[in-house]
Write a protein that binds this ligand. Structure first.
Ligand SMILES: CSC[C@@H](O)[C@@H](O)C(=O)COP(=O)(O)O
Length: 352
């Protein structure tokens, strides 16, 4: 099974640039783009060239490094800190739901606050070290999620997934897909059903591409077919990723995940969420408090460049929804498996 290509790659020292796979072009074209300004990083996140909660966080951390390059070498520390705040606030405005974005930006700001004695030049280098650490740790968390999750999967399991929680969404092997890659690597026979994931088709474009690249059997279905596939007993487990998980275990993920969780419950199929600790937001008591991104109407009326609804049609386009904790059988983290999903178990696992 081949390795996943790097979703992002830093080039050079703190005055370097970030290369990333432009995910809007897949699966037709595999192209890497170079981001050399903080505006290019912001645009790449906003337009989903880089997407998926952990990958957004990693890119934003590098975006902070890039945003500080414009500061003259003779800037004083006060100017450096003010610019850091400005850059972090700007990047935080790119997308609202994935908490990994804010987690990574906070971590970069904290490192600066804890190293006040460093001059701007040294601080800039230290921030690059932190961004690299965020990326490296994400890769390790993916591997650990894969190890823990694979224990839940028996050979012969059909697994349904929604959106793309794979290598493209992270710095490593993904979260939900890491479980599948790990199970397959152990020689377990699995069959993945990938929801196409309207409106932007991350499942059709990205999940099928990734699984095919790595030789894991995958069958693409329209989102509306999930119930039928479950009824036909083709699926014995559902595994998705998450963009933000509240303190009580309510998990926010790509729109349509809630429907899949309800369907899984109705068919007695375990519904698993796979996510690193950077995706948890313990400041929010429950999922209702998670900000849900609303995206442009054109994503629905003119998806993939083709008009599919009359002009001026009223559209509602929430990009995420929340699966309540009671519908989730377990959350697979890099620290272990949270089961049952309760506020107490979430806290205990994250503090472990
Ligand atoms: C490991 S990625 C987890 C989630 O970020 C993923 O499932 C998802 O919903 C991504 O949404 P996207 O809008 O493509 O960024």
């Amino acid at each position: 099974m081949s390795e996943h290509p790097r979703t992002m790659r830093w080039n050079g020292d703190s005055h370097g640039w970030l290369t990333m796979i432009d995910q809007t072009l897949l699966p037709v074209e595999f192209k890497e783009i170079e981001c050399r300004t903080v505006e290019e990083i912001w645009e790449a996140i906003k337009m989903l060239r880089v997407r998926g909660a952990p990958a957004i966080g990693c890119s934003a951390a590098y975006g902070v490094v890039i945003g500080l390059q414009t500061l003259a070498d003779d800037a004083d520390r006060k100017e450096f800190d003010a610019r850091l705040e400005e850059v972090a606030t700007y990047l935080a405005g790119s997308r609202p739901t994935a908490v990994n974005l804010f987690w990574a930006l906070d971590r970069m700001k904290r490192v600066a606050a804890e190293n006040q004695e460093l001059a701007p030049k040294e601080m800039h280098t230290r921030l690059l070290t932190e961004a690299v650490a965020i990326e490296d740790e994400d890769r390790e968390m993916c591997a650990a999620i894969g190890r823990h999750g694979a224990k839940l999967i028996e050979s012969g399991t059909g697994i349904l997934t929604h959106c793309n929680a794979g290598g493209l969404a992270t710095a490593g092997d993904g979260t939900a897909l890491a479980v599948m890659f790990a199970a397959a690597a152990q020689g377990k026979e699995i069959q993945v059903y990938a929801d196409e994931t309207r409106p932007l088709l991350q499942g059709a474009r990205l999940t099928t591409w990734e699984l095919q690249q790595r030789g894991v059997p995958v069958t693409l279905i329209c989102d509306s077919m999930a119930g039928q596939v479950m009824k036909e007993k083709r699926v014995q487990a559902v595994i998705t990723g998450a963009d933000r998980i509240a303190a009580n275990g309510d998990a926010c993920n790509k729109i349509g995940t809630y429907s899949v969780a309800v369907l899984a419950k109705a068919h007695g199929i375990p519904f698993y969420v796979a996510a690193p600790s950077s995706t948890f937001d313990l400041s929010l008591e429950n999922g209702e408090l998670i900000p849900i991104e609303e995206r442009l109407a054109e994503e629905i009326t003119d998806g993939m460049g083709k008009q599919t609804a009359p002009a001026d049609t009223n559209v509602y386009n929430p990009a995420f929804d929340v699966a309540p904790a009671e519908l989730i059988d377990a959350i697979i983290t890099e620290k272990g498996v949270i089961r049952p999903v309760t506020k107490e178990n979430v806290r205990a696992m994250l503090e472990a």
